[in-house]
Design a protein around this ligand. Structure first.
Ligand code: ADP
Length: 302
């Protein structure tokens, strides 16, 4: 399975330009779509799930054309929207059974088995008789992913799945998606949370103001930040000054003051230890020094 997006643009009726000439090839496995709020992620997801037509551009899903073969593509899709809510008064298993009835699982018995298996997979089998709207936040989100995955979709699109989840549920959710990821399905995970992407996605795109500004593996993004992440030992009064000069990733109290982790093209005025970058460092480095407000400083500094 492969999705090819060519010269895709979207301008809303009020003139808001949400996407500009987006070109991406998304292969099977887990794909991360990262970007700050307003970057255009939801717009792109809504176009891919055929809820909205783009202003211009071509999207191919395998051999199918997103504009012409909408029905066929819909039957291959699973979608967990950002604002997934359970409005129907149904038990957990009933809700999943209802969603499954719109998929290839038209046979009742076959569907029953698939529903039970899915409830087991997402850890909701024990609460299958509970009213779905009475589940905890994390459980609702897991039911959300279950309804996106039931009926063997070839493309699964998940929009901001971990917002509002506590750290434990967040990790559980991520692992669940990673387990589901197989050779023949595409899972697109759209998020503004860097930690959602890190270990699970083989490839990613970074969107900013409607444009693709980076499109390689998360490891390649991390490599770009190598040599640009520093730990500075500072006394408390220096922290605010450092914060003004450099994007600060973390401050940790030490015996003599603070260890401040910063990203910087070059570290001036402070002695710091160069440290191993992670994806969060790399994201901040890229956003600030490749496209953000620190670019001009560096150009001026020569
Ligand atoms: P993200 O999901 O990355 O936060 P969105 O796709 O929601 O980004 O938004 C991208 C841009 O499009 C933003 O500037 C947003 O204000 C605008 N936008 C989103 N939805 C609409 C809409 N229905 N009408 C007009 N502008 C919109």
């Amino acid at each position: 399975m492969k999705i090819s997006i060519k010269d895709l643009s979207m301008v809303y009726k009020n003139g808001n330009r949400a996407l500009s000439d987006v070109n991406l090839v998304i292969n099977s496995g887990m794909y991360g779509l990262l970007g700050p709020n307003g970057a255009g992620k939801t717009t792109l997801m809504r176009i891919l799930v055929t809820l909205m037509k783009p202003s211009t551009g071509i999207v191919k899903v395998g051999d199918l054309d997103l504009m012409k073969d909408r029905r066929a593509i819909r039957s291959m899709l699973g979608y967990l929207p950002q604002d997934f809510t359970l409005f129907a008064k149904l038990r957990t298993w009933e809700f999943l059974d209802y969603v499954a009835s719109f998929t290839e699982l038209s046979n009742k018995r076959q569907r029953g088995t698939a529903v039970d298996e899915m409830l087991e997979k997402v850890g909701l089998f024990d609460v299958r008789d509970r009213m779905a709207n009475k589940l905890s936040g994390g459980m609702k989100r897991r039911l959300g992913i279950a309804q996106a995955l039931i009926g063997n979709p070839k493309i699964v699109i998940v929009d901001e799945p971990t917002t509002g989840l506590d750290p434990e549920e967040r990790i559980r959710f991520r692992n669940l998606l990673a387990d589901m990821s197989t050779k023949d399905i595409v899972i697109i995970l759209s998020t503004h949370i860097v930690g959602d992407i890190s270990s699970t996605c083989h490839d990613m795109a970074l969107l900013n103001e409607g444009k693709v500004v980076f499109n390689q593996s998360p490891d390649a993004l991390v490599e770009m930040a190598r040599g640009h992440v520093w730990a500075i030992d500072a006394i408390d009064s220096e922290v605010a000054v450092i914060q003004e000069k450099y994007p600060v990733i973390s401050t940790v109290p030490t015996a003599n003051g603070m260890e401040v982790q910063v990203v910087a093209d070059r570290l001036k005025d402070y002695a710091g230890r160069s440290i191993e970058p992670n994806l969060e460092h790399a994201y901040v480095y890229f956003m600030e020094y490749k496209i953000g407000r620190h670019v001009d400083d560096e150009v001026l500094a020569g």
